[in-house]
Ligand binder design. Structure first.
Ligand code: HEC
Length: 141
């Protein structure tokens, strides 16, 4: 009787451990985002500079949920304009995929010969950055 109880307890402990799914970690993403600051800033709609950064690339505040190539006033490459016309909206999965290798993302989406203007690839930790960008975008105006 006592043994049976122990077995049940051990079993439910195992189930608990399975509950922890792999998802992006926004705290780590906040740190990793320093890799993007050379070319991207995070500036909210009301003009707050959340992270100071370069402007070679588009402002990434609110990019999750924004149409690809959709920031007004920024001159995107033909490739990103084509993604915009296709109706792509950035979600965490697509963004992770894109930054892992922007040029091969373009080729997969649009066919050979298409490249991105983004001269930077970030193969590891992209999901954490995507989770951070999603959280920042929701956090304010
Ligand atoms: C050396 C400069 C540079 C760095 C570093 C860089 N980017 Fe970019 N990024 C760009 C440029 C330029 C574009 C515009 C690409 C185009 O038009 O094809 C861009 C576009 C993007 C887009 C598409 C945005 C939109 O409005 O559709 C995302 C998302 C993005 N970058 C994320 C990142 C992240 C995250 C990092 C850090 C891991 C990063 N970039 C690092 C230059 C850079």
């Amino acid at each position: 009787m006592k043994n049976a109880l122990l077995i049940i307890t051990a079993f439910s402990l195992c189930l608990g451990a399975v509950g922890a799914m792999a998802e992006g970690d926004p705290v780590n993403g906040e740190d990793l985002f320093r890799n993007c600051l050379a070319c991207h800033e995070l500036k909210s709609a009301s003009g707050d500079r959340i992270r100071r950064g370069g402007r070679v690339g588009p402002n990434l505040f609110g990019v999750i949920g924004r149409p690809a190539g959709g920031l007004e006033g920024y001159r995107y490459s033909d490739g990103l304009n084509a993604l915009n016309e296709m109706g792509l909206v950035w979600d965490e999965e697509q963004l992770t995929h894109f930054i892992a290798n922007p040029n091969s993302y373009m080729e997969e989406a649009l066919g050979a010969g298409h490249i991105s203007k983004m001269p930077f690839a970030f193969p590891d930790g992209g999901a954490d950055i995507a989770a951070y960008l999603a959280k920042i975008g929701k956090s304010g105006s």
